[in-house]
Write a protein that binds this ligand. Structure first.
Ligand SMILES: [Zn+2]
Length: 123
């Protein structure tokens, strides 16, 4: 199965407000539709999540510039997160933290991205 990056806009109660996807698993190009959705939903928007179906578990250089553009456009800091096969990382107060308890949409996001969860090694 081909993988693709999927982007989710998450609201206050953990609702998925909007989503889109790209055929390129390494780069979700900036889309005008996404910017318009972000702007329309900005009052409810809490988090912007996206997948890295091929890894890494972390933010790319493109992600960094998108995050700083969003922060200055909205005038406040959103939560940003990346979901990869092996886990989930979020940027909280400027630091990247591993998310131990993943939100309900993390698994559907993996499935929509064509990811298979890495098997958990048994001790
Ligand atoms: Zn990314």
């Amino acid at each position: 199965m081909r993988t693709r990056e999927v982007c989710l806009l998450i609201g206050r109660d953990g609702d998925v407000l909007w989503s889109d996807e790209s055929d390129n698993p390494f780069l979700l190009p900036d889309s005008r539709e996404r910017w318009e959705a972000i702007w329309q939903l900005r009052a409810q928007l809490e988090e912007v999540a996206h997948s890295h179906p091929e890894g890494p578990l972390g933010f790319s250089a493109e992600d960094e510039s998108t995050m700083s553009a969003l922060t200055s456009a909205l005038g406040r800091t959103l939560r940003f997160s990346v979901v990869s096969p092996g886990g989930m990382v979020a940027r909280v107060d400027g630091r990247d933290v591993l998310v131990a308890e993943e939100p309900w949409w993390a698994e559907p996001l993996r499935r929509a991205s064509g990811m298979r969860r890495e098997p958990i090694a048994l001790a």
